[in-house]
Design a protein around this ligand. Sequence first.
Ligand SMILES: Cc1cc2nc3c(=O)[nH]c(=O)nc-3n(C[C@H](O)[C@H](O)[C@H](O)COP(=O)(O)OP(=O)(O)OC[C@H]3O[C@@H](n4cnc5c(N)ncnc54)[C@H](O)[C@@H]3O)c2cc1C
Length: 431
Amino acid sequence: MSPSRFSVAICGGGIGGLTLAVALSKYPEIEVNVYEAAGQFKEIGAGVMIWARTWEILTLLGMAGDFSRIAHAPPDGSLGIGFDYRKSDQPSEGSRFYLFEVPYGCIRFHRAHFLDALVGHLPAGAAHFGKRLISYARRRDRRTALAFADGSSATCDLLVGCDGIKSTVRKQMLEDSVRAGGDRTLLELVDPVWSGTVAYRGLIPVEKLRSAHGTEHRTIQSPMMYCGKGKHVVSYSISAGSIVNVVALASKPELYGTPWTGAWVEDCPASEMQECYSQWEPEVGELLKCIEKPTRWAIHEMKPLPFYARDGVVLLGDAAHAMTPNQGAGAGQAIEDAFILASVLGHPSTDRQTLEAALQAYERVRLPIANHALRGSRESGDMYEFNGPVRDDLAVLGPRIGRQWDWLWESTAQGERDRAIGMLRSTKAKL
Ligand SMILES: Cc1cc2nc3c(=O)[nH]c(=O)nc-3n(C[C@H](O)[C@H](O)[C@H](O)COP(=O)(O)OP(=O)(O)OC[C@H]3O[C@@H](n4cnc5c(N)ncnc54)[C@H](O)[C@@H]3O)c2cc1C
């Protein structure tokens, strides 16, 4: 084996960290270690959906076969329903006001299956469990020392913070930047803010929904977005169509940015969720009645960061840009971060001395798009809940909702990778 070009420590083994480990495994001369706080890799929550942009990356990483097997149906590129938007906030039957169709439609998975598929591609020996990072320190030799809660330590050339919305790495990166003379307002970006929204989540066996509804419930075939004032309900089938995933959101925009004092995720009575939508059209009620044990999530988001990388440390996924779930984009953006970061790190010209150039290229390519998705996700939620600029003017709202997805097709993952490598080359030329 050739000596390693440099070593990468990935802090956090969620979708972002694991995708990065898989993508970096294509470059055997880069040493990769994943430090996960928990005793095993695990996902909480239920379904997760991605768009063609992310599917392209899974394909480029050689994982299309595995992910096809666990999708709601094997993705074949044909035109599919992204979401079927209905006005549903009245007791009588609602109606469609917009149908969003795209190549591949929305590609849906059970989260546990999604994570398992990534774990199946991890390089042997890369994972270390029970390793909660508590701090890091940059040494004189430009290596970074990591300290874990169990008293152990490790070193690396590059630390990647993939440690989610409450990221320890982000907190230290921002605080260190202020200590080094950076703007004090950076400290306002450390903690995520409550969006004013709670989401009820649950899974329903399709057979249960069929018998409750009497006939085929619309959402078994189509990803649905039931919309209404201050609330919306997302539902779609996963796991080869055997399970329906439901996320029911309720918002108080006036509470945006106020402190959330309870647990971020907890069990809640089914009656609380059902009561919240009791005046909605019947098919929403039928759906929610099938969820016996919902969980309630306080939806937080980050304020957009002005940088993702500093001094041999870089952020990825929710640690960099945690967003509301309204465009189904947070996991896809974490995967895209991983793909671009691995591409610039794996480029033959990147070594210990030139790591910073690779991080600059990553940041310049990823930050504007990810921060756009972050802002866009919030605006989308407002639109679905008739709180956007055109309120419930449905004829105008429908096409506006369609345009909020434009960023997904304005570039491709491969094109973004080529752009990042082009930037890497030109930065190096100036060094
Ligand atoms: C209700 C809801 C629905 C969503 N639906 C979608 C969707 O359909 N599509 C989509 O693309 N996105 C969706 N998202 C967003 C998506 O779930 C996240 O963006 C994505 O999971 C983030 O992945 P991550 O790897 O960055 O972070 P995480 O999944 O949070 O992983 C972080 C990992 O780091 C570990 N960790 C934390 N701290 C430390 C530490 N100090 N040391 C070591 N390890 C640590 C954690 O244990 C965890 O394993 C949704 C989000 C919500 C809330």
